[in-house]
Design a protein around this ligand. Structure first.
Ligand code: UDP
Ligand code: MG
Length: 317
């Protein structure tokens, strides 16, 4: 087998303080892997400038002038970290590579773990997800909300591994599948878990951010979490229908009880039985009808995404 060409993509939003040192550190990793004979020497770095307002892009252009193995693209405005990741993956697919690692510009993720990713790739893995060893660098709030998010996703049927952020290696095969998904809002962690290629895991250490500050605020994180849930699960819609059904059944029992009290116990105020029965009946009916609408909405949701019906693994012709 020829040595694979590795691409490393970096989403960048106002990272002028660290982009140069990050690129240098990543070339140390690339050179080390080239010397060890694990990757091809045309392996490169691809930077996605997510509409930075500082000097990030000037620096990327300078780096590119010195070394053409630094490549990149700049967005006209800030589209958010997921879009930058997707642009990175689709960008290197077009430029050509055998596998690609996505890593954050602040190198909080231990870049030396890339060797373990590549080893798994050389052993045949198509997706290698980085799992962080601990969340010590996160605040208590971020840690707890992250755990709640992963647990909710798992309950909703999207089995993304705990403590995996977008630090991962994917093969060209996985990139080709990504290109078959035309949907605009793609949650990559859900996607790479869903497509059916085998996932391998590599543990890595997380360092605190040394330079610059976090580009994520809680609003962005909530947006990411909601997008993750709504783009991969229609279970919340279905829950409405189920709730409506139970409320309906409940209304039946309440109605029976009210009639019983009215007829045999004679201790209820006038109109109470009717009121309670009608209220729970219509409450249930409304929820149930919303659930039915939800089911149709779910169908529309699946159709507008135009995801491929199936993905072929091998074919003999
Ligand atoms: N990022 C981006 N667009 C954004 C926000 C962040 O491309 O709108 C990039 C950022 O430059 C970094 C990565 O996404 O390379 C992760 O962001 P950050 O390190 O700020 O997040 P944290 O590690 O605090 O979760
Ligand atoms: Mg970071």
């Amino acid at each position: 087998m020829n040595k694979p060409t590795l691409a490393i993509t970096i989403p960048c939003y106002n990272e002028e303080l660290c982009i140069k040192s990050t690129v240098n550190s990543l070339f140390e990793v690339i050179n080390d892997l080239v010397i060890k004979g694990k990757i091809n020497e045309d392996s490169y770095i691809y930077i996605v400038d997510d509409g930075s307002k500082d000097k990030t892009w000037e620096m990327v252009s300078e780096l590119h002038k010195i070394n053409s193995l630094v490549k990149g693209v700049k967005f006209v405005r800030n589209y958010g970290n997921q879009m930058a990741h997707i642009a990175g993956l689709l960008g290197v697919r077009e430029l050509g590579c055998d596998c690609v690692v996505s890593i954050d510009a602040d190198l909080q993720q231990d870049q030396w773990a890339i060797e373990k990713f590549v080893d798994e790739y050389l052993n045949g893995a198509d997706i290698v997800s980085g799992i962080r060893n601990s969340r010590d660098t996160d605040s208590f709030l971020k840690k707890t909300t992250a755990i709640c998010f992963y647990k909710t996703m798992n309950i909703l049927g999207v089995n993304i591994p705990m403590n995996h952020s977008d630090y991962r290696l994917v093969s060209k095969k996985a990139l080709d599948i990504l290109a078959m998904y035309p949907e605009k809002q793609l949650f990559l962690r859900g996607f790479f878990n869903e497509i059916g290629l085998e996932n391998k895991y590599v543990n890595f250490d997380v360092k605190p951010r040394v330079i610059g500050k976090s580009k994520f605020n809680y609003m962005k994180l909530i947006g990411l979490a909601l997008n993750g849930i709504t783009s991969f699960s229609i279970l919340p819609l279905r829950i409405i229908a189920v709730l409506g059904f139970f409320m309906f059944v409940f209304a039946g029992f309440v109605g029976l009880e009210a009639v019983y009290e009215k007829l045999f116990l004679h201790n209820t105020p006038n109109g109470w039985a009717t009121l309670v029965t009608v209220m729970s009946f219509f409450g249930g009916l409304q929820l149930f009808c919303m659930g039915v609408i939800g089911e149709y909405l779910g169908q529309v949701f699946r159709e507008v995404k135009s995801r491929p019906r199936y993905i072929k693994d091998v074919e003999l012709k």
